[in-house]
Design a binder for this molecule. Structure first.
Ligand SMILES: C=C1C[C@]23C[C@H]1CC[C@H]2[C@@]12CCC[C@@](C)(C(=O)O1)[C@H]2[C@@H]3C(=O)O
Ligand SMILES: O=C(O)CCC(=O)C(=O)O
Ligand SMILES: [Fe+2]
Length: 328
C-alpha cells in the first residue's frame, strides 16, 4: 500500500525501542460502565493516569465495524480522490502533516467538526454510506461522553451531575471527530526502530473517546515520564482526560500525554471523538472543587485556548502558558 511517501529519518521522527513500553502494560485502569463502582474507579483513574478503558459501553459492535469498514474503504481510494476531501486546515483529509506548525507522522486522517454534516466534496454510494454512519456514530459518542462525564461528577460528589456533560451536550459544543489510518510500515520492522505515527501530545478538549482496531501502537505517558504500551482491544473504548477537564478540576484530574507508534505488520485504524465546550465557555475550576484553594490557572475561554493551540507544536505543554505561578 503506497499511500504515504516512504519514511526517511530526515522527514519523520523515530524513538528508540524501550523494553518497558514494548511489553504491554496490564495496569491500565478498567471500568465496567454497568457496575455501580464505575464512578469511583473513573475518578481514581483520572487522578492517577488521566486515562482508562471502558467495557460494557452499550455501543453495538455492528455499528462500529460498519463504520470501520467504510473508513478503510475511504482510505483505500487513490490519493487524488482523498485529497478532494482536503486539505485539513484544520478540517478535512490530511496526510502526514498534523496541525499547521510542521508536525508530521506516519498517518493519514479525516478530521471533522461535529457541528456540520460532512460535506467533503466526494460523491458516490460508499461515501454517502460513510457520511451517514459517521453522523450516527458521532451522536453515539456524544451520549457516551456525557454518560462518562456524569459519572465523573457523581464520583467527585459535585452537583448538579451534569456540570461537565452540559458543555458537550450544548448545541454550540465545539467537538471534533477524527479517523486516523496508519498504514503498516514494513521498513520499520526491519531496522527495529519505532517510527512515530502520531507524536506525543495532550488533547486540548474536555474528554476524548478512542476506539481502534486490534493493532498496537498507542502509548500513554506515566507521571514519571515513562511510556507504556496500551494493549489494543477493538471491543472497548479508551478515554483520555483533556486539558480543559484538568483545568475544570483545578488539576485534580490530569490530561494524559499519549502518542502512536507505527506498526510494522498491520495497519491501524482509530476513531476519536473529542468532546469540547462551546467556544464562548469560560474554562475555570469549578467552585465546588476549589475548597478555599486558589485557581491554579489564569482564566480563559475555550475560544482563546483553542486558538492558542493552533500556534503550538504537537508536543508543547499548552497549558503551561495558562498556569498561575503562586506568588512566594
Ligand atoms: C499541532 C496541532 C494539531 C492539533 C492542534 C495543534 C495542537 C494539538 C493538536 C490536536 C490534538 C487533539 C485533536 C486536535 C484536533 C486538537 O484539537 O488538538 C489536534 C489538532 C489538529 O490535528 O489539527
Ligand atoms: O490514532 C490514535 O490512536 C490516537 C491519535 C490521537 O491521539 C489524536 O488524534 O488526538
Ligand atoms: Fe490525541
Amino acid at each position: 500500500m503506497v499511500l504515504l511517501s516512504k519514511p526517511s529519518s530526515e522527514q519523520y521522527t523515530y524513538v528508540r525501542n524501550n523494553m518497558q513500553a514494548t511489553t504491554f502494560s496490564s495496569s491500565i485502569p478498567l471500568v465496567d460502565l454497568s457496575k455501580p463502582d464505575a464512578k469511583s474507579l473513573i475518578v481514581k483513574a483520572c487522578e492517577d493516569f488521566g486515562f482508562f478503558k471502558v467495557i460494557n459501553h452499550g455501543i453495538p459492535m455492528e455499528a462500529i465495524s460498519q463504520l470501520e469498514s467504510e473508513a478503510f474503504k475511504f482510505f483505500s481510494l487513490p490519493l487524488t480522490e482523498k485529497e478532494k476531501a482536503g486539505p485539513a486546515n484544520p478540517f478535512g483529509y490530511g496526510n502526514k502533516r498534523i496541525g499547521p506548525n510542521g508536525d508530521v507522522g506516519w498517518v493519514e486522517y479525516l478530521l471533522l467538526n461535529t457541528n456540520q454534516e460532512h460535506n467533503f466534496s466526494l460523491h458516490g454510494k460508499d461515501i454517502d454510506k460513510f457520511r451517514c454512519l459517521l453522523n450516527d456514530y458521532k451522536c453515539a459518542m456524544r451520549n457516551m461522553a456525557c454518560e462518562i462525564l456524569d459519572l465523573m461528577a457523581e464520583g467527585l460528589k459535585i452537583q448538579p451531575k451534569n456540570v461537565f456533560s452540559k458543555l458537550v451536550m450544548d448545541k454550540q459544543s465545539d467537538s471534533a471527530f477524527r479517523v486516523n489510518h496508519y498504514p503498516a510500515c514494513p521498513e520499520l520492522a526491519i531496522n527495529g526502530e519505532n517510527l512515530i505515527g502520531f507524536g506525543e501530545h495532550t488533547d486540548p478538549q474536555i474528554i476524548s473517546l478512542l476506539r481502534s482496531n486490534n493493532t498496537s501502537g498507542f502509548q500513554i505517558s506515566l507521571r514519571d515520564g515513562s511510556w507504556i504500551s496500551v494493549p489494543p482491544d477493538h471491543r472497548s473504548f479508551f478515554i483520555n482526560v483533556g486539558d480543559s477537564l484538568q483545568v475544570m478540576t483545578n488539576g485534580r484530574f490530569k490530561s494524559v500525554r499519549h502518542r502512536v507508534l507505527a506498526n510494522g505488520i498491520n495497519p491501524r485504524l482509530s476513531m476519536i471523538y473529542f468532546g469540547g465546550p462551546p467556544l464562548s465557555e469560560k474554562i475555570a475550576p469549578l467552585p465546588s472543587l476549589m475548597k478555599g484553594n486558589e485557581s491554579l490557572y489564569k482564566e480563559f475561554t475555550w475560544f482563546e485556548y483553542k486558538n492558542s493551540t493552533y500556534g503550538t507544536r504537537l508536543a508543547d505543554n499548552r497549558l503551561g502558558n495558562y498556569e498561575r505561578i503562586a506568588a512566594s
